[in-house]
Design a protein around this ligand. Structure first.
Ligand SMILES: Nc1ncnc2c1ncn2[C@@H]1O[C@H](COP(=O)(O)OP(=O)(O)O)[C@@H](O)[C@H]1O
Ligand SMILES: [Mg+2]
Length: 424
């Protein structure tokens, strides 16, 4: 695209998922500049240029924007960076999909609960405890989940079954929170799902819904997803019961453009909102939107960052959260701690016809450290599959699990768990 030829985009963040945005920006003909403190960040591999700088250092980021004469800034796949993205765009008068209010309520779990309550949307039951009291914490019905309000990717979360675990959990959560705030919730043992919205010129479009399946093999660590199934089995209930309330909330937050994912617990009586993600997602539902509906959130957000416009055509005629009555399943491959010595089966899996993408996050020689366990850093790969019927999907998932093997230096299998998909 020649119109982008002399345009410069700054992308904030360094992970593999952010690297995928850099690749798309390169394909669009943009000059890409990554800012991230780690010199070896994967997102820097293909960027035109990069700076080893923490994006929380706002004045230095301002200088780079000026020096480079950048046309736009976009945040990558990293929750903690979203407020800095908004701040930076604001300081430099650049297009930004977030505003102060939407940042306040969509980048802190406790603020998010507050605004959901105000719009009649149920949230996960939570406890207010005085964390300055390091002694006995009373009136808590265990188990509970302790989380930083603003970390993301499952980092800093603990499941606590007694007061001493709770005290430890509080420390862990605080250590991982930028705002030094935490939230203590009831441990929910019900179904789990997420919804994904696209905002264009002030209108909210529901673009995808998926059920989340998690491993139960990691004890006190917070549970990590092993699969997502689209469309969610709760689609029609969600559209009727929650979507209208959310739409009002979005208006109040004055969300004009952008993308937003929200996770919910769900049982027979209710949906309980619990985690907003105001950015492109690591789990990348946008890959299915591109596949089934032929629009690309990465391109749209990049276009927005340099021009203020997400999409030129009639978005409604593209957007279909039912994926044209087809199915999609993302398989998450989680690893146990150790050093990767062999990786087997990737090529044969990649050659399967119903596989649309294989995102691999580690190579031979990489270590899975203990700190990566219980959060999304233990994800070796996300495998994106599509199907016309559930039977084909079950067979493909079996094939993936039968063929993929990651071996550590002592000859042990590192894959933690396999997703068992049922036919119905
Ligand atoms: N109250 C809870 N009860 C049970 N599981 C939870 C609870 N809160 C979070 N989890 C699980 O922990 C994981 C990460 O929590 P989440 O709130 O999404 O934080 P993050 O912002 O780090 O993604 C998710 O898989 C989620 O299902
Ligand atoms: Mg989450």
């Amino acid at each position: 695209m020649s119109i982008n030829k002399n345009k410069k985009i700054i992308i904030l963040g360094g992970n593999v998922e952010t690297g995928a945005i850099v690749d798309i920006a390169n394909m669009m003909g943009l000059y890409t500049i990554v800012i991230d403190p780690n010199p070896n960040s994967p997102s820097k591999r293909n960027s035109s240029k990069y700076y080893d700088l923490d994006v929380t250092n706002l004045s230095e980021v301002d200088s780079i924007i000026n020096k480079e004469n950048a046309d736009g800034v976009l945040v990558g796949v990293a929750d903690p960076l979203v407020p800095y993205y908004q701040n930076t765009c604001n300081r430099n008068n650049l297009f930004c999909y977030a505003n102060e209010k939407s940042i306040k309520y969509l980048t802190s779990k406790s603020n998010f609960s507050e605004i959901c309550n105000a719009f009649g949307i149920s949230v996960t039951p939570s406890y207010t405890v005085d964390i300055s009291n390091q002694g006995e914490i009373e009136n808590v019905e265990y188990p509970v989940v302790v989380k930083p309000v603003d970390a993301g990717a499952g980092v800093g979360i603990s499941i606590c079954r007694n007061p001493s675990q709770l005290l430890l959990g509080i420390k862990t959560a605080l250590a991982n929170s930028i705002r030094k705030e935490l939230i203590i919730e009831k441990y929910m043992q019900c179904d789990d799902m997420f919804v994904y919205y696209t905002f264009i010129d002030g209108e909210a479009h529901l673009s995808a819904l998926a059920d989340r399946f998690k491993t139960d093999k990691q004890g006190e660590f917070s549970s990590v997803c092993i699969a997502a199934e689209y469309p969610s089995r709760y689609t029609s209930r969600f559209v009727k019961e929650v979507h209208p309330k959310l739409s009002k909330m979005f208006k109040d937050l004055n969300i004009i453009n952008g993308v937003l994912s929200i996770q919910f617990f769900v049982d027979s009586s209710n949906f309980y909102a619990y985690d907003p993600g105001f950015r492109l997602q690591g789990e990348a539902p946008h890959l299915y939107l591109k596949h089934f509906n032929n629009f690309d959130h990465r391109e749209m957000l990049l276009n927005f960052s340099i021009s203020g416009k997400m999409f030129d055509l009639n978005f409604k005629s593209f957007n279909d959260f039912k994926f044209n009555n087809k199915y999609a399943t993302t398989i998450w491959i989680l690893l146990k701690a150790g050093k990767i010595s062999h990786i087997r089966g990737v090529n044969i899996i990649k050659s399967q016809p119903n596989l649309i993408y294989f995102l691999q996050r580690f190579e031979i020689g990489d270590y899975i450290t203990n700190e990566m366990i219980g959060n999304e850093r233990q994800v070796f790969a996300r495998i994106y599959t599509v199907s016309e019927n559930q039977n084909d999907s079950v067979n493909l998932i079996k094939f993936i699990h039968q063929n993929l093997s990651i071996i550590d230096e002592f000859g042990n299998e590192m894959i933690l768990d396999n997703y068992q998909k049922s036919q119905t």
